[in-house]
Design a protein around this ligand. Sequence first.
Ligand code: HEM
Length: 398
Amino acid sequence: MSGLFSRLVATAVLGLGVLLGVLLGVLLGAPAALAAAAPATLTPVAQVGTTPRADQPAAPPDASTIPGYLQQNNGERAQVQPGNNAPMWREIKQQSGFTSLPDPEAGVLIQPQTAYPGSSLTTAGEAWRQTRNLLLIPVGGWLLILAVVGIAAFYLFRGKIRLVHKPTGRKIERFTPFERFMHWVLAFSFIALAVSGIVILFGKFFLLPILGATLFGWLTYALKTIHNFVGPLFGLSLVIVLLTFVRDNLPSKTDLAWLANGGGLFGGGEAPSARFNAGEKIWFWAGVLFLGLLAVASGLVLDKLVPNFPYSRGAMQVAEILHASATMLFMAMAFGHIYIGTVGTEGALDGMRTGYVDESWAKQHHALWLDDIQSGKIPAQRSGAKAQSPVPVIKHKA
Ligand code: HEM
């Protein structure tokens, strides 16, 4: 059984690794490609003004002189391909004009394709659309599915990590009310963003067929609005949580020993750790700080909340790809965090729920932290004594 288990875990880890690699490739490669897609000097091409300026290129030939144009537009196309108005857009792309609007792209009706010369894609917008639809959505979707399946398989084979010794009844303060409040603001805003984000990106595959276009349209519109407003709240609580927990997440030598025995996740007991173990520290730095800040920064660009930001189409496309990549990796990591903090570890949620953990739990999972409290190095009660008295009783199932 344990051989099968380790093979399964290894396969899941390998699969996740490959997916993460591909996603990171997109993360690192796409911005450059899409930045290149943004025209360096924009040529106004739209017919906005009335009289073209002297420095404007000569007007293109009448589109109706293009071979097959009239045939395409004399009703034949409307019958064979209803809704296909490609000739109209082809004509628009060839129009030139000028505008006095200060926006650098105000005169550009269709973003020119400069990123992939020789490719069959006709516009940079199409290049972005295909990156999103053909790469980000399938890779991200599989990443999330694999994360859930991997966690479920881990639970099936490893089960809950139980308390080794019976609870003593002596309670140790783990989180102050302020720490808990900020954590839950962050967690609930994250859940609202994750649910709405998943519907925005993947809803058309699994909800649209069930709900139908009208209901799905209204639902997605409502969720998109919620997403736009909860984002900044998430960003604010993220920064506060980062500042609150940064000190206890600084790396230390003891992290290596913890990592070396896999945090006891695969059996063999857990190496002693301080207030946060190496696994939590990886979540803090790689997840909450790096992916969290990337998600918030790109989200604020998409919300157009960053003052004086050059909101070109190319920049928005880069922001969208960064946002989707960072948030999907972040969600995959968050699933692991939520699992370990709830069903994965007996007694872990008590700390975040009540502020207190049992001494047995502290000894088993954070022995160095308990030592520091018992030796008086860390104050046993960091919130005001009145704030949480009497100490809540935590019930554990036998
Ligand atoms: C329903 C969702 C969540 C649950 C049930 C949950 C549960 C927990 C628990 C039980 C702890 C305490 C672990 C311990 O005592 O060592 C914890 C810590 C923490 N959680 Fe969550 N959490 C959730 C969502 C989130 C989210 C979405 C974030 C960040 C975006 C987050 C960030 C943190 C941080 C930063 C810590 C402190 C430990 C560290 O710095 O690594 N949590 N969480």
